[in-house]
Design a protein around this ligand. Structure first.
Ligand code: NAD
Ligand code: DAU
Length: 337
């Protein structure tokens, strides 16, 4: 089996490549990545010399590069995206380009190359926002209601992927996953930002009242879900993927991280809220459990602690990441914090 992974130098993509090469060592992986600020080949050091792994530096919006990368490919797994909501609010254009146009170009080339499966990685954010007291969860039949430029661009890409199945018969699957955490996550996202800021003795920025709720999943569980979908998923179908947390809010998460690092809650700084901030996400993953026998295996508290340990041990990795472009972004987003 030869798999094209797009965006394989990012957080989830690199975890997926490491997972796949460990669990399916006979398969070949081609990683096509533009190496934006979020792409980091250091994540893949462990496999870079493996003859079954090949890296191509390229953009999914470049049809020629994509066509060449897709030669003799059986399966495409599309992780490549602009992924940070706050950046989509300050500058939506790259999100439209990569997440929508890039997906369309991948789909066109996948048809030409007659791939056996096109799996699209999407997000629970396409379903919009729940009220805190709402006990409903998002599922595969929930109407789309994106509320940020990021989620609107991911929604558009999902629609395109389904349209290529209906119109051209491209064998697709989609997964809509909740918030991931774990090693190699770029420290612009809440959990690695909180951990690395504390390790640098800097305050943790918490938006609004901090009572916003996300559904958290350890990244390896996500990789295993994609594996199940590739092996046993029904072509044309969508699978919602979520974690084991029950309505845990941002403030509680930040307090847990403070406790793990023996720090002080005075390190929390409440700041201006994110515009259009979605109040709550919750994911019903019963379809993938019942049909594909997948369920999350990593408990939040235990794996949050292990994630903190990982960032403590890998300070070289995140200290390098936090220089240059990151500092510029940080100053613009958080001012003097
Ligand atoms: P990330 O920002 O860490 O990585 C994105 C990767 O895509 C980077 O390596 C980047 O260089 C690459 N990339 C960006 N534009 C590209 C382009 N035009 N051509 C080729 N490569 C390009 O993102 P992530 O958190 O790993 O997310 C991966 C995917 O999973 C995204 O599609 C995201 O929407 C989705 N997702 C993320 C989460 C989460 O919690 N992080 C949850 C659900 C779904
Ligand atoms: O739900 C899946 C999505 O999860 C993915 O599709 C996105 O790619 C991924 O970035 C993530 O989006 P969120 O916006 O939920 O993640 P983020 O880590 O940016 O924020 C998590 C929560 O923490 C959210 O309520 C905003 C809040 N937050 C975030 C940052 C960066 C803060 O309070 N302070 C911060 O500094």
């Amino acid at each position: 089996m030869k798999i094209l992974v797009t965006g394989g130098a990012g957080f989830i993509g690199s975890n997926f490549i490491l997972y796949w090469m460990k669990n399916h060592p006979q398969d070949k992986i081609v990683n096509l990545d533009k190496l934006t600020y979020a792409g980091n080949l250091e994540n893949l050091k462990e496999v870079e010399k493996n003859p079954n792994y090949k890296f191509i530096h390229g953009d999914i919006c470049d049809g020629k590069a994509v066509g060449e990368a897709m030669e003799e490919i059986d399966i495409v797994v599309n992780f490549a995206a602009e992924s940070h909501v706050d950046r989509s609010i300050t500058e939506p254009a790259p999100f439209i380009m990569t997440n929508i146009v890039g997906t369309q170009i991948l789909l066109d080339e996948a048809i030409k190359s007659k791939v056996k499966r096109f799996h699209h990685i999407s997000t629970d954010e396409v379903y919009g926002s729940l009220e805190l007291e709402d006990l409903n969860k998002f599922n595969e039949r929930t109407n789309y209601n994106p509320r940020s430029p990021y989620s609107a661009s991911k929604s558009s890409s999902d629609h395109l992927v389904r349209a290529y199945f209906t119109t051209y018969g491209l064998p697709i699957t989609i997964s809509n996953c909740s918030n991931n955490f774990g090693p190699y996550q770029f420290p612009e996202k809440l959990i690695p930002l909180a951990i690395t800021n504390l390790l640098e003795n800097k305050k943790i920025p918490v938006y609004g009242d901090g009572l916003y709720v996300r559904d958290w999943l350890y990244v390896e569980d996500h990789c295993r879900a994609v594996d199940k979908i590739l092996q046993k998923g029904k072509v044309g179908d969508t699978y919602c993927v979520g974690g084991l947390t029950e309505d845990i809010n941002n403030l509680s998460i930040v307090k847990k991280i403070i406790k793990i690092l023996n720090a002080n809650e005075e390190m929390i700084e409440f700041i201006k809220d994110r515009p259009g901030h979605d109040r709550k996400y919750a994911v019903d993953w019963s379809k993938i459990k019942n049909e594909l026998d997948w369920e999350p295996q990593h408990s939040f508290d235990e794996w949050l602690e292990k994630t903190v340990e990982w960032y403590k041990k890998n300070s070289d990795w995140w200290k390098r990441v936090k220089t240059g472009e990151y500092q510029e972004y940080y100053n613009k987003q958080y001012g003097k914090l």
